[in-house]
Design a protein around this ligand. Structure first.
Ligand SMILES: Nc1ncnc2c1ncn2[C@@H]1O[C@H](COP(=O)(O)OP(=O)(O)OP(=O)(O)O)[C@@H](O)[C@H]1O
Ligand SMILES: [Mg+2]
Length: 267
């Protein structure tokens, strides 16, 4: 297997003054793979992603990008290599959509900050790939939640990174736009980009991810192929829910169903 682009080695982290602790997490991200990070609310998914993106510094262990400590990479170089989509982005800025997406090109611009023809082309295709071209002249803060989300995804596409870290990229999207974004990420990964995405959609993760990392209370409960992680007893225990695994009738991949009280009454 090729050398990892990003490595998390034996990392632990806690927020100052908080009880939560991410404990001894190790994870490698290789070119061309999609890794899904799943787990209950508060299990540490966003924290792990922030460590991977160099937004937080581990208390122990290290995170490297291309073999170099991610926090020592200069911002401009880091932005050309790695893109990060936060769970709760700053969404109040009063720029036109096209300008928001063009911000993704900043790490490539020269001293005077002018966009070249190629920059404009990259921005345009990012808008088209996320179905946001028709919103190009709108003011960003007037968009709906899902439209904003797609524009922010366009922005990280325009960054042309080798590693994409996305925190719940499809949470606000309808099934059409959600599957469009997943197809897009999957297509990018087949062209060699490494993608790590946090999601609560276990079934989408099972379909799209090469590997899953299941977190529970700050620890990796299991890491492996979707078939290895989509384990009925394991998911039921970790999510404290009555989880059943069935075969997706169309793809034969594992699918999780949650049986609530209504389901028990019906059966
Ligand atoms: N800035 C912070 N300061 C203190 N504690 C924090 C901070 N950010 C997160 N936490 C705590 O750390 C724990 C893990 O949070 P994290 O955001 O990583 O969870 P998550 O798995 O992404 O959850 P969710 O599915 O709800 O997004 C939680 O208990 C949270 O309250
Ligand atoms: Mg989170």
């Amino acid at each position: 297997m090729e050398a990892p682009l990003l490595s998390v080695r034996d990392c632990s982290f806690s927020y100052r003054g908080g009880d939560f602790r991410l404990q001894r997490v190790s994870l490698e991200l290789h070119p061309g793979e999609v890794v899904g990070i799943v787990g209950p609310n508060g299990s540490g998914k966003s924290t792990l992603l922030r460590l991977m993106g160099g937004l937080l510094r581990p208390d122990r262990g290290d995170v490297t990008l291309d073999g170099v400590a991610v926090r020592s990479v200069r911002r401009r170089r880091l932005a050309r290599r790695l893109a990060f989509l936060p769970q709760d982005p700053e969404t109040s800025f009063r720029f036109a959509v096209r300008e928001v997406v063009a911000m993704g090109r900043y790490p490539y611009l020269g001293a005077f900050g002018f966009l070249t023809g190629r920059d404009i082309q990259v921005v345009q295709s990012a808008l088209e790939e996320t179905a946001t071209a028709s919103l190009g002249d709108r003011s960003f803060f007037t968009l709906s939640g899902g439209e904003k989300q797609r524009v922010l995804i366009a922005g990280i596409l325009a960054q042309e990174p080798s590693v994409m870290l996305l925190d719940e990229p499809t949470a606000a999207l309808d099934i059409h736009h959600g599957s469009q974004v997943l197809d897009l990420l999957w297509g990018l990964s087949r062209r060699g980009i490494a993608v790590a995405a946090v999601t609560h959609d276990l079934n989408a993760a099972s379909l799209f991810c090469d590997r899953l990392v299941l977190l529970s209370r700050g620890r990796v409960a299991r890491m492996g192929t979707p078939a290895e992680v989509m384990d009925e007893a394991l998911l039921s225990a970790i999510y404290e829910a009555d989880v059943r695994i069935v075969r997706n009738p169309l793809t034969s991949t594992p699918m999780a169903l949650v049986l609530g009280k209504a389901a028990h009454d019906a059966s």
